[in-house]
Design a protein around this ligand. Structure first.
Ligand code: GZL
Length: 326
């Protein structure tokens, strides 16, 4: 048995042991009674931001409350780990597979294996590019393009006089649907406003540390920056640190637009260090479990379900924003 098969076997063995210890064994299809818990295999990308940790907690808590047996695999930011986890879920014959695709490309082969095994797949949070949309049952998550549009709409309101506005974009993980979508939506709206120009764009991989390092570099290389458009609050916190080290006043000397709406970003908005925070809702656990239950019963689900999100900016009354929980 080659090393890959050995690793898959060990992974399944671990999942089996976890299930046995948690009082839920996997018997063959014929002997399982209708009372047995639904088994959901979930591949999460990692724990790269407070947003992601909240997303994972929402999923784990919702599974517990829904009496769904959750096999939860953390890929530690590696697509190959996600593919291994999905393959192990297939070997284990879970009822439903759900996952957050860390990047949009490279999923068709493993999705064909799931289809051939008769296991429905729910895609959550991030989207995929695929040659065959029928390889998955549906998507639930946030509308990244709309998040980008909201950021641009705020800037049009913030800079109404038609003077040139120089923008630096610090984007998310390259090839991920939120990074691609936020960039596209942002540019779509600004296309009608030529006074705005994106003078620099680079990926901070949704990480605070990379946002900090990138901003230090930008401050050395790019002149006359008016705006930072940051694809997530984690990177924004690093960007603010880098600005303050150079005596630059975030939110005043340079306008900051950020996405996620973590508590830390809302607090920075209240302090005037950030000017616009676009919500990206991580609390999708309950909706995911409802969809998984439908799929386990063989029911069809909506192909595309975007969760509700709002925008918080310096033009709003910020006094009654409830605690964010992440
Ligand atoms: C967006 C989500 C992104 C968040 C980041 O839907 O995938 O990943 O904006 C997280 O904080 O890392």
């Amino acid at each position: 048995m080659n090393i890959k098969r050995k690793l898959s076997f060990i992974f399944v063995l671990c999942l089996t042991l976890i299930s046995l210890l948690s009082g839920c064994s996997r018997e063959n299809e014929n002997t399982r009674d209708s009372e047995e818990k639904i088994i959901l295999g979930f591949s999460q990308i990692g724990a790269e931001s407070a947003w992601r940790k909240c997303n994972s907690l929402s999923i784990q808590e919702a599974a517990q409350e829904s009496s769904i047996q959750l096999l939860f695999a953390n890929a530690e930011q590696k697509q190959e780990n996600q593919i291994k986890a999905l393959r192990s879920f297939i070997v284990y014959q879970v009822d439903v597979i759900a996952f957050v695709p860390i990047v949009a490309d490279g999923w068709d082969n493993i999705l064909r294996e799931a289809r051939d095994a008769g296991i429905p797949v729910l895609i959550t949070d991030r989207k995929i590019n695929t040659a065959d949309e029928n390889l998955y049952a549906g998507f639930i998550g946030t509308d990244s393009e709309q998040e980008g549009r909201e950021g641009a709409e705020f800037l049009i309101k913030k800079f109404p006089d038609g003077e040139p506005v120089r923008i630096v974009e610090i984007s998310g993980t390259e090839g991920s649907s939120p990074a691609v979508g936020r960039a596209a939506g942002f540019r779509e709206v600004l296309a009608d406003h030529p006074e705005f120009s994106i003078v620099y764009s680079a990926s901070g991989d949704f990480l605070r540390s990379k946002g900090y390092e990138l901003m230090k570099k930008v401050l050395k290389e790019v002149e006359d920056i008016d705006v930072i458009f940051s694809h997530n609050d984690g990177m924004t916190l690093g960007i603010i640190d880098a600005m303050k080290e150079q005596g630059i006043r975030p939110g005043k000397d340079i306008v900051i637009v950020t996405v996620d709406a973590e508590q830390a970003a809302i607090d920075a908005l209240k302090r005037g260090e950030v000017n616009c925070v676009i919500e990206c809702n991580p609390k999708t656990g309950p909706a995911i479990m409802e969809l998984a239950r439908k799929l386990a019963r063989g029911e069809a689900i909506s192909r595309l379900q975007h969760v509700d999100e709002e925008v918080f900016s310096e033009y709003d009354d910020l006094s009654d924003i409830p605690p964010r929980g992440y």
